[in-house]
Design a binder for this molecule. Structure first.
Ligand code: PEP
Ligand code: MG
Length: 365
């Protein structure tokens, strides 16, 4: 079991005395959540729920949902997933013991849950008792040339609200169960991915509030919660004022924001990146160390415009950059509230946040 002990723990304690930024972790499994806490994370800044759907039992139900002909069919498949999702959240909330947990609703395109070749389709259909022809047809229907720019993120939740309704229900049923059992209720933060427009945010906010209130009324439990958005598209950053009308927090998804700002695929950047690094066009890999110029400008603009409408809007970062010291320094300089990084980077982030805070103090002298 990882643990911070001895001089290392002492050093971390000192660092915590200096830092202003809160440090959270990206975690969606109980193991990650435990590691995050052992390394001093003060909450979960990004719980990627899609990772909870790849499990063997679940992927079968997800496939049934994708194969359904109508909303009723999708709802029937989602009803099978609901208790499993609820159990996921009960476990994570228990581990986090009252700390904030930001849960991001389903993000990837649906084809990621399906086999991709005709041969695999036949095998999967046979193993799961599914209609092979229909499955293959659906695979082709869902095919997208640029899936990262396609039917993913909140677009899925808007096309098929029943998916997000199931997830919000699972989250609040779990939270109410814990509170009802007398344990410390989690601070629930529901986060919507890939939002670009205020209209999307308003739709999602209404959906979230409606389901949250229904569950809390059923259980006779009142819990505070927040609804917010990832800011991971340039349009979201530019239109942050509109988003802040219905979003209580922004979390900068700098993986997608870097991809969409540069127009460079986060998955294939290696094809030319080395040449760019060699020729000095890039000083650093922008997917590792935040581009403090263009991407940084968008973050600054979003912070400023969001705060103009909602002065207390909570601001964090949850892309890979949240665990990179130079990027953390930037987050401190522009006054974000927290960084969220992979559990094993939490100590680095705590140290970097302390150094960044000291650096800012020097500047003020
Ligand atoms: C991001 O885009 O920066 C992000 C944190 O989300 P994901 O990596 O899951 O797309
Ligand atoms: Mg993203």
């Amino acid at each position: 079991e990882p643990e911070l002990t001895g001089d290392f723990a002492t050093l971390m304690g000192w660092a915590d005395g200096f830092r202003r930024l809160r440090v959270r972790a990206n975690a969606e499994t109980p193991l990650d959540a435990r590691t995050a806490r052992q390394f001093g994370a003060e909450g979960i800044g990004l719980c990627r729920t899609e990772h909870m759907f790849f499990d063997e039992h679940r992927i079968q139900a997800v496939r049934e949902m994708i194969l359904a002909d109508d909303e009723a069919g999708r709802r029937a498949a989602l009803a099978k997933i609901l208790p499993m999702q609820r159990a996921d959240f009960v476990e994570i909330f228990n581990i986090m013991d009252g700390l904030p947990v930001t849960i991001r609703l389903l993000d990837p395109p649906l084809h990621e849950f399906l086999p991709q070749t005709e041969e695999d389709v036949r095998a999967v259909a046979e193993a799961g008792g599914l209609d092979a022809d229909k499955l293959w047809r659906r695979v082709r229907e869902l095919h997208e040339t640029n899936p990262m720019l396609g039917h993913r993120g909140c677009r899925l939740g808007i096309s098929y609200p029943e998916i997000y309704e199931m997830q919000v229900r699972a989250i609040f049923e779990a939270a109410c169960e814990i509170a009802g059992a007398g344990r410390t209720a989690p601070i629930v933060e529901i986060m919507h991915p890939l939002v670009a427009k205020g209209e999307e945010m308003r739709f999602l906010r209404n959906l979230t509030d409606r389901v949250a209130k229904a569950v809390m009324a059923e259980r006779a439990v009142e819990l505070p919660y927040a609804v917010g958005t990832m800011v991971e598209l340039p349009r979201a950053a530019l239109r942050a004022a509109d988003l802040a009308e219905s979003a209580e927090f922004f979390s900068f998804g700098t993986n997608d924001l870097t991809q969409t700002t540069f127009g460079i695929s986060r998955d294939d950047s290696g094809r030319f990146l080395n040449a760019y690094l060699e020729k000095g066009i890039f000083e650093k890999d922008p997917f590792v160390s935040l581009d403090q110029e263009g991407v940084g400008d968008l973050i600054r603009i979003a912070a400023e415009r969001g705060r103009a409408v909602r002065p207390g809007v909570k601001l964090g970062i949850c892309g890979e950059h949240g665990g990179d010291p130079a990027s953390i320094q930037f987050c401190e300089a522009i006054g974000l509230d927290y960084v969220s990084c992979s559990p094993f980077r939490t100590p680095i982030a705590r140290l970097a946040a302390a150094q960044a805070a000291l650096g800012e103090r020097e500047k003020d002298r």
